[in-house]
Design a protein around this ligand. Sequence first.
Ligand code: NAD
Length: 453
Amino acid sequence: MGITKIVKKQKKYFSTQETKSIEFRKAQLEKLKSILLENKVMMYEAIQKDFGKSAFDTYATEFSFILKDIQYYLKNLSDLARPQKTTTNLSNQIGTSKIYSEPLGCCLIIGAWNYPYQLSLSPVVAAIAAGNTCVLKPSEIAENTMLAMEKIINDNFPSEYLHIATGGVEETTEILKEKFDKIFFTGSTKVGQIVYEAAAKNLTPVILELGGKSPVIVTKNANLDIAAKRIVWGKFLNAGQTCVAPDYIYCDKDVEEDFLLLLKKYIEEFEYTPDSPQYTRIINERNFERLEKLIDHDKIVYGGKTTYESLYIQPTILHNVQWEDAVMKEEIFGPILPILSFDNFEEVLKIIASKEKPLSAYIFSNNEEEQDLFLSEISFGGGCINDVVMHLSNDYLPFGGVGNSGFGSYHGKYGFDAFSHQKAILKKATWGEPDLKYPPYTAAKMKWLKILA
Ligand code: NAD
């Protein structure tokens, strides 16, 4: 069935009011959960085929997120959907004011390939929880996972409620011609602009979850051992193909030598070897070749080995890196970690602040003044002090970018709000009507108006 027909059917179905009841929404979430668990083996195999992602990582970074989201909404949906009472100002007495979270209608979600299940299905869970119908277009780059999602969703849900559309640029361009009530896009800044433009034609509100170069600052006041361990994990998880992965490190010159030794120690300890079934591969030949070109062999202090046949790139550390180097010109999105050094902390903040606003930023320092300056001087989507990546695993924090890394946010309550309209309602009593606002206007009325309004 063509996309135009599906969107039409979803709008018609939405207008029946069926998707709005809390019982209906919870039943769909329960159903999705059962389907995911029933098809777990097939879905794990698909992601393994796409880029060698281990069962451990698939559970930790894909399934557990979606299941946690479903659990969160099953538990909190009634509270989230309940009209929220707010203050009524004096001039609106006698009345009460409430905010109603209203489902938007037919939503489009476009996913990225790097966490193909999580980045596609977590927004779907939020959209369903908020009472919408939904079309999901996963990334065609992770083809097997796209087909796995198509199978489990399209076989089990009616297309008038939830539908997976497959395809690449051509198909997505067609889909974007439709008038949706919300578009939620995860992907690159370049494609984000295309989506934003297409949405503007229909005045469709969008959420753009984009990328960027996420910095890590390591100062001499850091616990170096913890910093190295956490950075190595966060950088080489998914072979660096993570939107919030540390892109580069700014390290204080005084501690750089010790820190490099610790980075190497943890890379060795975590066994990211060519034959490791636990280390994810690069998604395709195009990205492999792009990443190979970013490795400046004169600057390697660790790694640099690559195997084309298995799309393996060894965790690679580059040092003495400058902003003029190719690796600093684009988001790396792979297992290459450039180190830049500094001797003036405040200068580093200024340099980072002069670049495009990243999706994440991190600082390792136990000095509160440094932490405060980092927070106040650099704008970024979200991040951590003394950790990397983990902020996005807390459902009680909004997850999203700012500036070039996108706008809007989701996860937990923020996901529910992302797919809802906050309808503002003032309810007035039909007694006790003061004549103040009605003509004829008098000086006495003006006096009261100035007091009350
Ligand atoms: P991408 O922008 O190439 O593709 C994303 C989606 O857009 C895919 O579904 C693709 O089919 C579609 N698409 C591609 N070209 C299109 C076009 N011309 N017109 C319409 N649709 C098009 O991104 P990607 O390679 O899948 O993901 C990598 C990027 O996404 C990185 O920049 C990364 O930082 C970012 N990312 C951000 C987040 C986040 O949560 N903020 C998460 C993951 C990835």
